[in-house]
Design a binder for this molecule. Structure first.
Ligand code: PLP
Ligand code: COI
Length: 354
């Protein structure tokens, strides 16, 4: 039985911290000094190690490189004005990681191993957690198959690791998005609900085409008919119509966002009516054209709450109400931020102190 409290720690003698410009952070391009690595072999998780951030050595016949047995997560740590460190809903990310793992025939990770490894890593790299408004330490847990074979079957060995990077919000301006009517991100019965690397690989070409056409992101529609909205890029999607917050109901083709879940809860706390249901493109575009769509935004860990200001649909651009006229999403974004930075009581016990 693995002792989950034992971690081998190898500290760097050469911190890169002083060379980082915290005012100019390119998302996911600057990594903190250390990483956590836990290998899985012989049917069990091995002793965790924390070591200087650095390259892995892999066989060219590594199965994840060939068949994509790779999953990841994204969450954030915050530092409040007193210098205390907390992480937003880390167990929700573990639950989702394990859901993804099961779908991709990978081993699940025990809670104690994850929480203890994460806490030790954050304590060691505490100075990397920014405290300026809107910034955070982005935490990237991931797992992939290891070993050396080319047969198409689940790996028997795996590596789980966590790397971290100080970040600001992913999008710096309100978004122009395009309704995607040709490509699909995921289909019912597939693995769109999991945070599998392959879902992101498949989205690169359509996203690149959208970018070339002048949009920041896509609005993914369902894989069968393209009639219903699913999500947007790396965010879940929300609309406000008739003072009601509306979001596509979860399915096997939508990632169950933790920000989505938190926003829905906060909306209920504020007495805002909420609907999780199928949201058709026709319904939303009709509201847009009548001028009755009040708000549209995406939400996610990296993106936080990103306002949508223009929707491209069937070759035409439709402008939405200016951000300054929106009242629900700014209120929800502020409430979430206040909870994360300790300015409002954390009544749902989302923040885990490290
Ligand atoms: N949908 C996709 C495809 C994503 O990559 C993300 C980002 O993680 C989300 C939704 C939002 O999920 P969360 O709020 O848990 O970050
Ligand atoms: C996140 O918000 O954690 C994401 O996964 C987005 C990321 C792919 C940049």
């Amino acid at each position: 039985m693995l002792d989950t409290q034992t971690i081998q720690i190898q500290k760097t003698g050469n911190s890169r911290l002083s060379s980082v410009d915290f005012n100019n952070l390119d998302f996911g391009a600057v990594f903190s000094d250390h990483m956590l690595v836990i290998d899985y072999a012989n049917g069990e998780w091995q002793t965790p190690t924390i070591l200087p951030f650095g390259n892995f050595s892999l066989s060219p016949a590594n199965p994840a490189l060939h068949y994509g047995q790779a999953i990841f997560e994204g969450l954030k740590a915050y530092k409040n004005e007193q210098g205390e460190i907390s992480v937003f809903r880390p167990l929700a990310n573990l639950e989702r990681l394990n859901t993804s793992a099961e779908r991709l025939c990978m081993p699940t990770l025990p809670e104690e191993l994850y929480m203890h490894g994460l806490s030790e890593l954050l304590r060691l790299d505490a100075d990397w957690i920014p405290s300026a408004a809107g910034s955070a330490l982005y935490i990237r847990p991931f797992m992939f198959g290891t070993g050396e074979f080319l047969g198409v079957r689940p790996a028997t060995e795996y590596r789980f690791a966590i790397i971290t990077c100080p970040v600001n919000a992913y999008y710096s301006s309100p978004l122009r998005v395009k309704v995607e009517e040709k490509y699909v991100r995921a289909v019912e019965g597939g693995f769109g609900f999991s945070k599998a690397a392959g879902n992101y690989a498949g989205s690169l070409l359509p996203a690149q085409k959208a970018l070339e056409a002048g949009y920041h992101q896509l609005l993914w529609t369902d894989g069968k008919t393209h009639e219903y909205f699913e999500e947007s890029g790396t965010m879940n999607l929300m609309f406000v119509i008739n003072d009601t917050l509306i979001t596509p109901a979860l399915s096997t083709s939508i990632l169950a966002g933790i920000t989505r879940d938190s926003i829905l809860q906060l909306a209920k706390d504020h007495g805002i009516s909420v609907e999780e249901r199928k949201v058709s493109v026709a319904e939303v575009m009709a509201e847009v054209q009548q001028g009755t769509l009040q708000e549209a935004f995406g939400c996610g860990t990296a993106a936080v709450i990103s306002q949508i200001v223009t929707i491209g649909y069937q070759g035409q651009d439709f402008d939405l109400p200016p951000v300054s006229e929106r009242k629900y999403s700014p209120l929800l974004a502020q409430t979430l931020d206040d909870i994360r930075t300790g300015k409002k009581p954390d009544t749902h016990h989302w923040m885990v102190q490290i």
